[in-house]
Design a protein around this ligand. Structure first.
Ligand SMILES: NC(=O)c1ccc[n+]([C@@H]2O[C@H](COP(=O)([O-])OP(=O)(O)OC[C@H]3O[C@@H](n4cnc5c(N)ncnc54)[C@H](OP(=O)(O)O)[C@@H]3O)[C@@H](O)[C@H]2O)c1
Length: 254
């Protein structure tokens, strides 16, 4: 359990000057140093003092307040790439967005605070200069067993993590603050985070194409069935954006 306590920005409990914000993991409690009254856990909705305290926690990045999201494009038959890493048109919606997809793409860029990816995805991205003009100007963490001699082209900050998934996630969360940590692929990494129960949400950009063969996203899941709840469906002609919450009871600690 992580606890942090500082003087509140505004008087919250009884109006005395000595009010404190106490954050325990992601819950915020207000307590008064004068009369000892405590109130909480607070939400942004239930009081102005609660909203102020939560803003303080987020702004000062006391704790990771975002979500861990798997965000990937997939063909209707479940592939994220062809057998030789061909993209199969799965990313066209991102580079030429139209209709509601414009908003989905903008939202993803705005809410992403850090990205985790596997080494093959990094190598392929770099090979095609994919990081030179990326709109994701956030720290990237690449899981690998070895660090490359030369960094990728472009201004993106890459950290190569050689001591495992948990370490990559901890580092990414520390950078993301109140934004989300996005697991951006590929399949090997996605399967690890799913199997370890580390995801809060899955976003699939489902492209209406049948690739027939290639790299499957949802293979080798250690703890299937993993229960999901559909939280959003946005249909565009060239892609359907599906959002699922991962049910907490289906999660297992690593
Ligand atoms: N459709 C989409 O949205 C999307 C998104 C991203 C990628 N892709 C595609 O997916 C394919 C790549 O996926 P992939 O499954 O083959 O590879 P990947 O997940 O990108 O990378 C796998 C590699 O990452 C490293 N790695 C993974 N977990 C690790 C761990 N726990 N510790 C240390 N190193 C670890 C290993 O590299 P080392 O050899 O360095 O140990 C492993 O071989 C490509 O075709 C890419 O274009 C599609």
């Amino acid at each position: 359990m992580r606890v942090r306590e500082v003087k509140a920005e505004r008087r919250g409990v009884c109006g005395a000057a000595r009010c404190y914000v106490k954050a325990v993991d992601q819950e915020v409690t207000l307590s008064c140093g004068s009369c000892g009254t405590q109130r909480g856990p607070e939400t942004a909705q239930n009081s102005a003092a609660g909203a102020s305290a939560i803003r303080q926690v987020k702004r000062e990045k006391w704790f990771f307040m975002g979500k861990v999201i798997l965000d990937m494009s997939m063909s209707l038959d479940g592939f994220i790439a062809g057998p030789n890493d061909e993209d199969g048109g799965l990313h066209d919606y991102f580079f030429s967005p139209s209709g509601d997809t414009v908003q989905v793409v903008e939202e993803g860029i705005k809410t992403t605070g850090a990205i985790i990816m596997g080494r093959r995805s990094y190598d392929l991205g770099d090979q095609f200069d994919g990081f030179v003009n990326t709109p994701y100007k956030v720290p990237h963490f690449v899981l690998s067993h070895h660090v490359p001699a030369k960094p990728a082209k472009g201004a993106t900050a890459f950290t190569f993590v050689t001591d495992g998934l948990q370490s990559a996630l901890t580092q990414a969360k520390a950078e993301a603050g109140d934004k989300d940590v996005v697991v951006g692929g590929g399949a090997t990494l996605a399967q690890q985070v799913l199997s370890a129960g580390l995801l809060d949400e899955i976003q699939i950009h489902l492209v209406p194409v049948l690739l027939g063969e290639g790299i499957r996203l949802f293979d080798h899941l250690a703890n299937a069935p993993i229960e999901l709840q559909t939280t959003r469906v946005i249909a565009s002609p060239g892609v359907t954006h599906l959002t699922f919450q991962v049910r907490k009871e289906a999660k297992e600690p690593v």
